[in-house]
Design a protein around this ligand. Structure first.
Ligand code: NAG
Ligand code: NAG
Ligand code: NAG
Length: 466
């Protein structure tokens, strides 16, 4: 993702939005399923006011200034559908998630590929993988969800733009090419942790050992260069390939922990080897110790930016992604559910209180201390994610658990996806949307038309400013 992300947009948006005189907040009772559903549908509705990829003439799934964020918006929609069985947004989700696979089915669409990083590509692959695991139906034509995840894996295991054995004995660089500047010099935690996770998930879904071999190789590499510390289970943010990975940047972010921990949980499922369980437990403990403090009500907090109030757009998404990964871990390893659920519920309660912006239900960035005056698509996405995560307690665990090809997952496998010799061509015409049939459109009725039009203006500003 782009290092120079603009954090001040939200403040600008705030000033141009009219305040309504209705006092409102998201009212959440974590012990009441209807209340959880309501909270999630309000946050998700707010999130979707920022999505225009389904409008006439627009490109599905395209987020021109912040391409990777589309993957997280679609992940939130997948979770919303999975945990509440509400298909309100499924059509937009399905079309956009497939379309951004690009010409080669590997989430390197040529419109963006000159500047996107391995982490950006990885998150789209993880979104497609999640679709396969949730049994989200493949589209009748074009790439399958599993094929798209395989496309990302194949692309990322391949040097020089993916796995890079020429420095530090391996690992993925952050950015894929030298012209992308500073990021190319770093091997970062989330690109590698995400590749590890994707490989582990593919191993579980397909039962093919090649994926597990790559997961193990990536894990071992991260231990060797001290991105992962096996004693403290601290997870570093990046290491510098120019110095043989001897410099470590220890900035703390929730999703770095989440990326590795989730992959380790899948490896435990795949191998039944207790070493992986120990890793998950170690990372879980370190995550809560590092990011959930009693003085903030034990809610998850990416304090590295939240305390100084200088979170960029990327940062705002991290704890929402991590919340969803925690829910997945609890589904995979039931003995961890109590511990995870307790923290997620506290986070969700805090998030609900923060969703009281503009005299309405607009969500802020921090999940403690009420609304912090910073609205935006990213805050809506993260709130949506944490609200659906706490449904974990109520879903039928057997059904909610990620599917594999042996337990009913039927997404079509395309092992050569994303390689030059992949025989499967994409049906390259833009899909059309099915008519809207769902009567129960989720909604927070008081989101005003004024808000929607301001957001359009904000999109234009972003393009100019980036
Ligand atoms: C696009 O999606 C939004 C959000 O779900 C919906 O309100 C709108 O009706 C959709 N527009 C079209 C043209 O389908
Ligand atoms: C790339 O841009 C072209 C031209 O705007 C557009 O038609 C196409 O759908 C875009 N592709 C993706 C994957 O965004
Ligand atoms: C695959 O499974 C999904 C969800 O269970 C179902 O809706 C779909 O019809 C199945 N597709 C095929 C081709 O069997």
């Amino acid at each position: 993702m782009l290092r120079s992300a603009i954090g001040r947009i939200s403040a600008v948006a705030l000033q141009i939005l009219p305040l309504t005189n209705v006092v409102y907040a998201i009212d959440l009772d974590v012990e009441d399923q209807a209340s959880i559903k309501n909270a999630a549908s309000e946050a998700t509705y707010g999130m979707m006011t920022y999505y225009h990829g389904n409008e006439t003439g627009a490109i599905p799934g395209a987020f021109p200034a912040y391409w990777w964020e589309g993957s997280i918006l679609f992940l939130a929609l997948l979770n919303y559908w999975h945990y509440f069985q509400d298909d309100t947004y499924n059509e937009e989700l399905s079309i956009g998630l497939q379309w951004q696979g690009g010409d080669n089915g590997d989430y390197l669409p040529s419109n963006y590929s000159q500047w996107l990083g391995n982490d950006d590509q990885m998150f789209w692959g993880v979104a497609a993988m999640t679709a396969a695991e949730y049994g989200f139906p493949d589209r009748p034509t074009g790439y399958s969800w599993l094929g798209l995840a395989q496309g990302v894996f194949n692309s990322q295991k391949t040097p020089p733009e993916g796995w890079d054995p020429t420095t530090c004995g391996g690992g993925l660089r952050w950015q894929r090419t030298p012209i992308q500047g500073d990021g190319y010099l770093l091997k970062n935690s989330v690109s590698n942790g995400g590749f590890f996770q994707l490989a582990a998930r593919l191993a579980v879904y397909t039962n093919n050992h090649e994926y597990a071999d790559w997961a193990i190789k990536t894990w071992k590499w991260a231990m060797k260069v001290n991105v992962l510390d096996k004693t403290t289970w601290n997870v570093a943010d990046s290491t510098n390939a120019q110095n043989g990975c001897s410099d470590i940047d220890h900035t703390e972010w929730t999703y770095n922990y989440g990326a590795w921990m989730t992959g380790a949980a899948y490896m435990y499922v795949y191998t039944k080897d207790d070493q992986w369980l120990e890793a998950v437990k170690g990372l879980l403990k370190a995550l809560f110790k590092t990011f959930a403090f009693p003085q903030n009500g034990n809610v998850l907090s990416d304090w590295s930016c939240e305390v100084r109030e200088d979170c960029n757009r990327n940062n705002i998404l991290f704890k929402g992604i991590t919340s969803q990964w925690l829910a997945t871990i609890a589904l995979l390893i039931p003995e961890l559910e109590d511990d995870i659920l307790q923290k997620l519920q506290l986070s969700a309660k805090g998030a609900a209180k923060s969703c009281s912006g503009k005299g309405s239900n607009v969500c802020g960035i921090r999940w403690y201390g009420g609304y912090d005056g910073k609205p935006g698509m990213e805050a809506q996405i993260s709130a949506s994610n944490v609200f659906s995560a706490i449904m974990l307690k109520y879903v039928d665990k057997k059904k909610a658990k990620p599917l594999t090809s042996e337990t009913g997952g039927n997404s079509t496998s395309d092992p050569k996806a994303g390689t030059d010799n992949n025989p499967k061509d994409k049906d390259n015409s833009l899909p059309t949307y099915a008519p809207i049939t769902t009567a129960d459109k989720a909604g927070a009725g008081i989101m005003t038309a004024a808000m929607v039009s301001s957001v359009v203006g904000m999109g234009a500003f972003m393009l100019v400013g980036s």
